[in-house]
Design a binder for this molecule. Structure first.
Ligand SMILES: NC(=O)c1ccc[n+]([C@@H]2O[C@H](COP(=O)([O-])OP(=O)(O)OC[C@H]3O[C@@H](n4cnc5c(N)ncnc54)[C@H](O)[C@@H]3O)[C@@H](O)[C@H]2O)c1
Length: 396
């Protein structure tokens, strides 16, 4: 048996369930160098956390996340709570010598993200590691897209077109939630889903954004207070609350290699549920991806004769595709939850090898700088706003 890795997970709703599934499943399908143990689940309500622990497979519970810092059976703290809690929890865990997996966006402000990246750098000196959960990197078709770019199949990258489209608050009657409050979420569609496409496009191209020009809009400024919470939205009740974040973000950008980019992040695209759409055009080829058809990558090879050239629909389920060999026979597709399982696999593999898992907190900080530049640009009539990046940030 490999050595164990005791995990303490904070927050047992959407991401808590997705991460629990991943910790349970990863060692059952992949040969891991450490054996994750679902040691302790943290929630603030004793009854609810006990129920969740039973459902999700955790062997003990706590009602105060600070208890994780004192427990010798916890080697890694997995943070699945809203952004306003990330900095305090992650820095305390790293200082207590615990590895950290922290959900995205890394923080609510650049200052918090800087403090987190600094804490991660200090901890790394004694072998304690930190990683941010930009999970979609681990979708096989996305990881394969990065390989195609790295192998030169697209040539010089000229255009990056990225959208993250959802519609769960398109209805003005959809209630308030923490995702619509700046003090909880930091920003709206921008940080919640725009952060993913910023990370993904940088991951696929191997390049960083150098500047942006942006528009932000809040279409519905007041919403009913929630009567009950659903998976994302829920049901509205009595009274109204103020939406203090953007509903939609649209921005242009430039990449280090000279490519021009367009980005769109919205939760008002009626009919689009989780459409992460990325198209990249290079001098030698193009690729296109849509998460609503997540097992497929479209690839255009510019070297093919014009008479037969065309976008090829690659079903990314062959054993030679990234991550896929551990799963099912070809064509038996993967789903949303597999990205989280792959995230655990990569994290545990890096920890056992004494290596820095990616994306690091420095990578998370660089994305935070992009989000801040989008907000500054939008506040200044879309003025082109440069993004300062240090060498450690965005190493991918
Ligand atoms: N990687 C992804 O694809 C992805 C997807 C969705 C959400 N996220 C991120 O995951 C994080 C959580 O989002 P979610 O959708 O799971 O939210 P959620 O509202 O479903 O769950 C958050 C949970 O955290 C709990 N919580 C809040 N403060 C706490 C505290 N101090 N101590 C203990 N528990 C606390 C809440 O009670 C709730 O159960 C956010 O940072 C979000 O941006 C990432």
């Amino acid at each position: 048996m490999p050595p164990t890795l005791g995990v303490g997970l904070i927050g047992h709703a959407f991401m808590g369930a997705a991460h629990s599934h991943a910790w349970r499943t990863a060692p059952r399908f992949f040969d891991l160098p450490l054996a994750p143990e679902l040691t302790v689940l943290v929630g603030r309500d004793a009854t609810r956390v006990a129920e969740a622990a039973g459902t999700l497979g955790w062997s003990s519970t706590e009602t105060d996340w600070r208890r994780l810092l004192e427990r010798d059976d916890v080697d890694l703290v997995d943070i699945c709570t809203p952004g306003d809690t990330h900095a305090e929890m992650a820095i305390a865990a790293l200082e207590a010598g615990k590895h950290v997996l922290c959900e995205k966006p890394l923080a609510n402000t650049v200052a918090e993200a800087e403090a987190m990246a600094a804490a991660a750098e200090r901890a790394a000196a004694s072998g304690v590691r930190a990683m941010v959960g930009f999970t979609y990197r681990r979708v096989p078709a996305i990881a394969f897209a990065r390989q195609l770019v790295a192998d030169g199949r697209l040539g010089e990258i000229r255009h990056v077109r990225a959208q993250y489209l959802q519609d769960w608050i398109a209805d003005p009657a959809a209630p308030m939630s923490w995702r619509l409050q700046k003090e909880k979420a930091g920003s709206g569609a921008l940080g919640d889903i725009g952060a993913h496409v910023v990370d993904l496009t940088q991951f696929i191209t191997g390049q960083l954004l150098t500047g942006v020009s942006a528009l932000l809009e809040t279409f519905v400024k007041k919403r009913p207070l929630p009567a009950s919470h659903g998976k994302l939205a829920g049901v509205g009740g009595e009274g109204m609350g103020e939406v203090t974040v953007d509903d939609a973000a649209v921005f242009l950008g430039r990449f280090t290699g000279g490519a021009l980019a367009t980005f769109e992040a919205t939760r008002f695209a009626l009919g689009r549920k989780n459409a992460i759409r990325i198209e990249v055009n290079g001098s030698a080829g193009s690729l296109a991806f849509d998460f609503e058809d997540m097992n497929v990558l479209h690839f255009y090879d510019g070297a093919e004769p014009a008479s037969t050239a065309g976008f090829r629909r690659i079903v990314v389920t062959e054993p030679e595709h990234p991550y896929v060999g551990a799963w099912w026979p070809a064509g038996h597709g993967l789903g949303y939850e597999h990205g989280f399982t792959h995230q655990v696999v990569d994290l545990v593999t890096a920890l056992a090898a004494g290596e820095q898992p990616t994306p690091s907190f420095a990578d998370g900080l660089q994305v935070q700088r992009v989000l801040a530049a989008v907000e500054r640009s939008a506040a200044e009539n879309s003025a082109f706003t440069e993004i300062r990046t240090t060498a450690a940030e965005g190493e991918n």
